[in-house]
Design a protein around this ligand. Structure first.
Ligand code: PFF
Length: 453
């Protein structure tokens, strides 16, 4: 039987830092810049921001509200709220999809977190000094091709995540995020200022912020929507779980807008820290997933105090990744804790160890099993596809439909406690715009993946 949740955020600030911490992660600093680079810059950024505020933010509001109303794990909360509304308990499947999705993301997120950890050390050890583009390639590929080293870094990252989650909401999550998130902002501001002195800052601003609409294709739009979901931690149980620790006096609408604004600001600042270096050192903006690992070390290797700036940069990425990975472990832990009565320490150990083991398949996707593909996808690609392209859009769509069409309007209004005019805007977006927008993208993606050449 599910126990009612006891743990709560000690303050609004702690809650905001934790949720921003979940949203801000590898998605902002590693993924956003390379996606913006490949998607042609400003046009991608503009459409991304539209999705964040028109589709993502209303969904954050929905998830926080359901989480708070249920007060349990995503599975327990969805079931409880559905039953209270006189609906079928099967709505809990949304919760299952979130908890399982978060678990799968955690398994590969930790591997990439491990690369980051490795790069902090490489930078401190001076591995980037005077490195050539070929040298940076060799360095990165040497890491990826070595399963043992990758596994050790992956294990270290997962151990850090588990260590924090084990200590509970106030003692672990809160302490970590209220310390790490401000540190992240300071580091990021420092790096943007640093990038401002490279001479290519203006070029980067033009590239990122002035849209060139000729670059805006349907595919770029889809990429932008997927990226906005990933970045805002939509439908993966994290936000719903954090909502469950939220007290009634906090306005979810304001909170969601703050979270989205901070998340987007960090993504854009990451772009403003990275692209000036990319331009100043003649690197390729379309460098793809290797952009920060393969190209930035070249810049760090050439600049004064590059080892320090490099270590700061990868340290920043590590901090961002950890505050997200704890939010990925938390849904599973809260489920084990509240549905099966397993103590938090044990629950964190079990869930973390299982995600670690699953992550080994991602480790091997870059080396021993790189040739093993199904529908052209390695294990890593499959996990990414399953979560980013299936569970996230479907989960988001069902959350939107549930709150928009299956909960009593009166109850939703009471939970949101929004000004009437804002409620109307939100209600329209969540009932019509979010489900239809996601459905279109979802069908297009599946079509592109399995039916188009
Ligand atoms: N939002 C995180 C990022 O941008 O890196 C990733 C993430 C965290 C996705 C939590 C989903 C989630 F539930």
């Amino acid at each position: 039987m599910a126990a009612t949740r006891q743990a709560n955020w000690s303050s609004r600030w702690a809650f905001i830092m934790a949720t921003v911490g979940s949203a801000v992660g590898l998605g902002n600093i590693w993924k956003f810049p390379y996606e913006a680079g490949q998607g042609g810059g400003g046009a991608f950024v503009l459409i991304y921001l539209v999705f964040v505020f028109v589709i993502g933010t209303p969904m954050l509001i929905a998830e926080l509200s359901i989480g708070r109303r249920g007060g349990l794990s995503p599975i327990g909360s969805m079931r409880k709220v559905a039953l209270e509304e006189g609906r079928n308990g099967l709505w809990q499947l949304i919760g299952w999809s979130g908890v399982i999705g978060a678990f799968i993301i955690l398994s590969f997120y930790s591997v990439i977190g491990g690369w980051t950890l490795a790069y902090v050390f490489k930078s401190i050890m001076g591995a980037f000094s005077d490195i050539t583009p070929d040298g940076a390639d060799v360095l990165f590929n040497a890491l990826l091709s070595d399963p043992i080293t990758l596994t050790i870094w992956h294990a270290s990252f997962m151990a850090m995540t588990m260590g924090i989650v084990m200590r509970g909401v106030e003692g672990g999550l809160e302490k970590a995020v209220t310390l790490l998130m401000p540190a992240l902002f300071v580091l990021l501001v420092f790096l943007v200022i640093y990038a401002g002195f490279t001479g290519a800052f203006k070029q980067a601003v033009v590239f990122l912020l002035i849209p060139d609409f000729s670059k805006l294709t349907f595919d770029v739009g889809i990429e932008a929507l997927g990226q906005s979901f990933f970045s805002q931690s939509i439908a993966m149980g994290s936000i719903m779980t954090y909502g469950a620790y939220l007290s009634k006096d906090i306005k979810v609408g304001q909170a969601a807008v703050t979270i989205s604004a901070a998340d987007s600001a960090v993504a854009i600042m990451a772009g403003l820290a990275i692209f000036p270096l990319v331009f100043a050192y003649g690197l390729d903006v379309g460098g793809g997933p290797g952009l920060i690992f393969q190209t930035l070390p070249i810049a760090f290797g050439k600049m004064a105090f590059g080892a320090v700036v490099g270590a700061l940069f990868f340290g920043l990425l590590l901090v961002a990744a950890i505050t997200s990975s704890i939010s990925l472990l938390e849904p599973g832990v809260s489920y084990l804790e509240h549905t099966h009565g397993i103590k938090r320490k044990k629950a964190s150990t079990y869930a973390g160890a299982a995600a670690f083991l699953l992550g080994i398949l991602t480790v091997l996707s870059f080396n021993t099993l790189s040739g093993f593909t199904i529908a052209d996808m390695t294990f890593f690609d499959m996990f990414d596809f399953l979560t980013n392209n299936l569970l996230m859009p479907l989960g988001g769509m069902f959350v939107a439909m549930f709150i928009g069409w299956f909960m009593l309007r009166k109850n939703v209004m009471e939970e949101l406690a929004m000004e009437d005019k804002w409620f109307r805007v939100w209600y329209f977006l969540i009932r019509f715009v979010s489900p239809v927008g996601v459905a279109v993208v979802f069908i297009w993606l599946l079509y592109g993946k399995f039916f188009a050449g």
